[in-house]
Write a protein that binds this ligand. Structure first.
Ligand code: FES
Length: 359
């Protein structure tokens, strides 16, 4: 047995009191979970403490909370690990609070319907069959199924939604969980609506191009689903395979990133905006939309300069790489673009394929 302090963020909608913190002292074995600690407090000290849970085995996805400021499954987080890696130097305090980006219903229970499930429904989360439907079962190539396996591991706990920075800025963003669910069907060869699904998510101003690559969802996911990687796959299929040029300028913006790194070896920030609108031509710099976007961005640019994040002279001049280094960067492009078929790295499946027996 060991002594722990549980610091829980509480909220009771039936009172006029706002959210507040409460401390509970408890004694439990270090290998017990944070969920068991919360349930222990609920059983012994305060029966009104709210948390959602069911399987207690990291399967149902009900017990998503924030432990020490990071999203986690309470049932899959050991007290000893949470206390040791916590925010308090005493090594025995564990901070538990409700997930972010979703309204709190009570204590550690958030309204998943209002945000998470609403977004999942947004992407038509079921298979839209190709026709004609075969008389017996569909036969799906092994590689295609392996490709969507990663997204099928999602347990809908909402951890990625909780930590999504884009959703914090734009609550309408479709979000990492729903985008991963969309890839589940976009990548399935039995689905008939791949182009329509992609066009829908590309054209939506809150769709796949709203993600800013912060990697938080990848870190947050307890099942290795890597939602951001699925968003990048959706973009690649949308742009490279279906040539969908969206009205949000997302596809052209990505293309501008790629061509600038090819040309300069590193990103040339001052060129990014004009090239995103006008393409890789000198006249493109004067595209009216680029001018309007620049005017809108001036406050952000001024803040970045004031805080020393951007040095105007260097931003305008661009980075200079030694020729040898620039050639090395371009060689990477040659190798990747020279491939007959784009290969997606699936880091979820691991292991070594057995060699075929000698004939
Ligand atoms: Fe089911 Fe934690 S209780 S995942």
């Amino acid at each position: 047995m060991a002594d722990y302090t549980l610091r829980v963020r509480r909220f009771d909608p039936q009172t006029t009191r706002g959210p507040y913190w409460e401390r509970f002292e408890l004694e439990l074995e270090p290998h017990r979970s944070v969920l068991e600690a919360v349930l222990d407090v609920r059983d012994r000290v305060d029966g009104s403490l709210g948390i959602r849970c069911s399987c207690r085995a990291a399967i149902c996805g009900s017990c998503g909370v924030r432990v020490n400021g990071r999203p986690a499954l309470a049932c899959n987080t050991r007290l000893r690990d949470a206390a040791a890696g916590g925010l308090h130097p005493d090594g025995r305090t564990v901070v538990v609070e409700p997930m972010g980006n979703m309204p709190v219903l009570k204590d550690l229970i958030v309204d998943m319907d209002a945000v998470h499930w609403k977004k999942i429904h947004r992407v038509t989360p079921w298979l839209l069959n190709r026709r004609p439907v075969p008389e017996r079962e569909y036969l799906v190539p092994h590689d295609d199924m392996a490709d969507v396996t990663q997204t099928m591991a999602c347990i809908q706990c909402g951890a990625c939604v909780s930590d999504c920075l884009s959703m914090e800025v734009d609550p309408e963003f479709v979000g990492p969980a729903a985008a991963a669910k969309a890839y589940r069907f976009v990548g399935d060869p039995r689905d008939a609506e791949q182009p329509a699904r992609l066009r829908d998510l590309a054209e939506d101003p809150h769709g796949i191009y709203d993600c800013t690559h912060c990697f938080n969802c990848i870190d947050a996911c307890p099942k290795g689903v890597a939602p951001m990687s699925q968003i990048m796959r959706l973009r690649r299929i949308s742009g490279s395979d279906h040539h969908i040029v969206d009205r949000n300028n997302g596809e052209r913006h990505e293309e501008a990133f790629a061509t600038l790194v090819h040309d300069y070896g590193l990103l040339h920030e001052a060129e990014l905006l004009p090239r995103s609108y006008g393409g890789n031509s000198w006249f493109g710099k004067f595209h009216p939309s680029a001018g309007m976007e620049l005017v809108e961005s001036l406050p952000a640019i001024a803040r970045a300069v004031a805080r020393g994040k951007v040095k105007p002279a260097q931003a305008l001049r661009g980075h200079r790489l030694a020729k040898r280094d620039l050639d090395a960067v371009r060689k990477v492009y040659d190798v990747v673009e020279g491939r007959a078929r784009r290969s997606e790295l699936n880091l979820y499946l691991s292991g070594v394929e057995e060699e075929a027996p000698a004939p």
